[in-house]
Design a binder for this molecule. Structure first.
Ligand code: WT7
Length: 653
């Protein structure tokens, strides 16, 4: 279709009027509690980001201070130029001399129920041991180490040990296949792999080492595989290549001085899949990344000394990197880590963990929240959740309905919810409320974080007015921004810096309301175009989920001769509701009432499951092909459950 002048204008029909102001009780002890003062500082920081970030960076430990805060030659940023530091020293050694020494850093529970606690002192020791194991196995500063582990403390230990000696970690989620491991090994040029014999998931053992063996067939580049014993599963040990973690530990010392690296030294590569093409190796560096993850953890989660903080993400995702490892540990926090599935052995495992460990902050994903809704309110009701004081979400727009459920059933209408918008590429939180100050509205990540110049623009880069939809961009560099796509700088320029001249393009469509709050309406590629009206998927999906029968929804466009696109909605039902013509009609009507006739789905397709990525994002690309009656093409390796395609009646090429 030809591009028209109004092509970027995304219409908005769904309005949300509920506002939740921070309670006095919460604000009393919060880092920020005065809205006017916060807004003033926010405006100043966006005007002069360098000043704000320099102050935050100064709270880290540097072995050599920087000479220049930012060197910016678009699209390349250097933060804290000339400074030297070590990320693992900042997360560990720094806490050993004061009251944090014997504080719990990681409280871990395995899926089968084992429990372990590592204090900062103990974690430091383990990291030193493993850093020496890496050295003993020939790993040097700048070398890439691939980590493919279950969610056990050793996964974080391996990451921090790499950072300690200047090696670059590349964590691959334990749910990925051998094919994905192989692609990432080849692309990153990793020479060492850290894995485990297996990990637990829904009562089964995931054969991690076996997947690594398959990935390495015919691959010469990998010299060493270090295997952590988690499950005692019988595995193959390749003589001359594979070594056991616990055996190696007998040969090394428990102290290892941290290597001070340049602020711009690579810390990690993390692959993220785009809708097309091979996964992109997102490269993050040290000083800026640590500064922004530490600052956002402190302010957005309003971290206090006595918090028990739980980020439910796997370390295979950026959320696990930034908010399970680097951000909280840099702040000396106590983190809960849980290995397994939320519904093992029953759908109340999360609530049980919260009650047992007295979790105060819970950070999870909308996809998990919708699953909890589907499983029923009785599961959280069984447990004492009164320790919670703050909730968070990340990963997708949260439907207002899911927000309200989370607020009422988990937070008992007491806990603020921080809806945090960011990306693998941004490294850390970019748009989010400060819970002691920002009035909340269900469904919006509210305002940018300090120093973040986010805006919504049209095709020409011109900022659009309130309630007008457009492209979400960031106009000034920020410390934890990706530095490039590993080995493919032309793609980095094209993907992020060519769509809107001079600005970073996020790929998301959004609008701002009259209070300046950001509402993400979905990926720009997914925006529907119905009879000349451009509609964001998030709004239509939120309207669908607000129907009492609907658990989850995904909306896509199907080519239509008359309207351009027809709206097709794939929905899963909440327990107790039956698919059929009546319900389908009722749901269509409901959407027409809440958004308008223009968004009324032409087609409702009931399904048991939606195709999701391993990180819980709905793969609308596949649904578009199903809706159009086409065969599925393109990359499906990130699909969580392959049987979904058959269930959707999709033909595969
Ligand atoms: C994309 C980034 C950042 C860690 C997890 C995902 C969507 C993320 C939100 C939110 C609306 C959100 C965006 C973004 N997204 N958080 N709070 N509200 N949308 O990282 O896999 O790199 O995905 O997730 O579309 O661009 P990722």
């Amino acid at each position: 279709m030809a591009k028209t002048s109004e092509s970027t204008v995304i219409e908005s029909h769904l309005t949300e009027n509920r506002v939740f102001k921070p309670s006095k009780e919460f604000s009393k002890n919060a880092h920020f509690s005065n809205l006017a003062a916060y807004k003033k500082l926010l405006a100043q920081s966006i005007k002069s980001p360098e000043k704000f970030w320099a102050k935050e960076a100064a709270s880290l430990l540097w072995s050599k201070k920087w000479t220049q805060v930012l060197k910016w030659k678009a699209p390349f940023a250097k933060w804290f130029v000339g400074g030297r530091l070590n990320a693992s020293e900042n997360c560990l050694d720094r806490h050993l001399t004061g009251p944090h020494r014997n504080k719990a850093a990681i409280i871990w529970e395995g899926e089968p129920g084992e429990k372990r606690t590592l204090t900062y002192h103990q974690l430091h020791r383990e990291v030193c041991l493993f850093a020496n194991i890496l050295k003993r196995n020939g790993v040097k500063s700048g070398d890439r180490v691939l980590i493919y582990m279950p969610l056990v403390p050793e996964a974080a230990i391996a990451m921090l040990a790499c950072a300690r000696i200047g090696a670059v970690h590349n964590v691959v989620f334990g749910g990925f296949s051998s094919e994905s491991i192989k692609d990432r090994i080849m692309d990153s040029g990793a020479s060492v792999v850290v894995t485990a014999d297996g990990g637990y998931r829904r009562g089964q053992i995931v054969p991690l080492k076996q997947n690594v063996d398959q990935a390495l067939a015919g691959v010469k580049q990998v010299r060493r595989v270090i295997v952590f014993r988690r499950t005692h599963l019988d595995i193959h040990i390749e003589e001359g290549r594979d070594v056991w973690w616990h055996r190696e530990a007998e040969y090394v010392a428990a102290n290892c001085a941290p290597l001070a690296v340049d602020s711009e030294h690579p810390l990690f590569i993390l692959y993220t899949s785009g809708s097309t093409g091979k996964p992109k190796g997102i490269l993050h560096t040290t000083g800026g990344y640590l500064t922004q993850t530490a600052a956002t953890t402190k302010y957005v989660f309003d971290l206090r000394e006595d918090d028990v903080y739980w980020c439910t993400a796997d370390i295979g995702w950026v959320t696990g990197h930034s908010y399970l490892v680097y951000g909280p540990l840099a702040n000396g926090a106590t983190c809960l880590m849980y290995e397994g599935a939320p519904n093992w052995p029953e759908p109340d495992r999360f609530w049980k963990l919260i009650a047992e460990y007295g979790v105060t902050i819970l950070y999870t994903a909308p996809t998990a929240i919708r699953a909890f809704m589907k499983w029923g309110d009785e599961w959280p009701r069984k447990h004492d959740l009164s320790s919670l004081r703050l909730l968070g979400t990340v990963g997708e727009p949260i439907n207002p309905e899911a927000w309200m459920w989370y607020f009422k059933n988990i937070g008992k209408s007491r806990c603020p919810i921080v809806d945090t918008w960011w990306q693998t590429e941004t490294g850390a939180i970019m748009i989010a409320p400060l819970p002691g100050a920002t009035p909340l509205k269900p469904g919006t990540a509210t305002l940018p974080f300090f120093g973040i110049d986010a805006a919504i623009v049209d095709d020409n880069g011109k900022e659009v007015g309130p309630m007008e939809g457009g492209k979400l961009v960031v106009r000034k560099p920020w410390p934890s921004m990706l530095r490039t796509i590993y080995g493919d700088t032309p793609r980095f320029r094209k993907q992020y810096w060519s769509e809107v001249k001079g600005f970073y393009f996020t790929g998301d469509g959004a609008r701002r309301d009259k209070d300046g709050y950001f509402w993400i309406v979905g990926r720009i590629d997914d925006v529907l175009n119905v009879a000349g009206h451009r509609l964001g998927t998030a709004e239509v999906e939120s309207a669908l989920v607000a129907h009492p029968g609907v658990a989850e929804a995904a909306v896509v466009g199907r080519p239509d001769d008359i309207k351009g696109q027809a709206v097709v909605a794939f929905v899963t039902l909440r327990s107790g509701h039956k698919a059929g013509k009546d319900l389908s009609e009722a749901i269509r009507k409901h959407v027409a009432q809440s958004i308008g006739a223009i968004a009324k789905p032409d087609d409702i397709r009931f399904t048991d499951v939606l195709p999701k990525t391993r990180s819980g994002k709905i793969m609308r690309r596949l649904l578009k092909q199903v809706a159009a009656g086409k065969a599925i093409t393109g990359d499906t390796t990130t699909l969580e459950d392959f049987s979904v395609l058959a269930k959707l009646g999709a033909a595969q090429e």
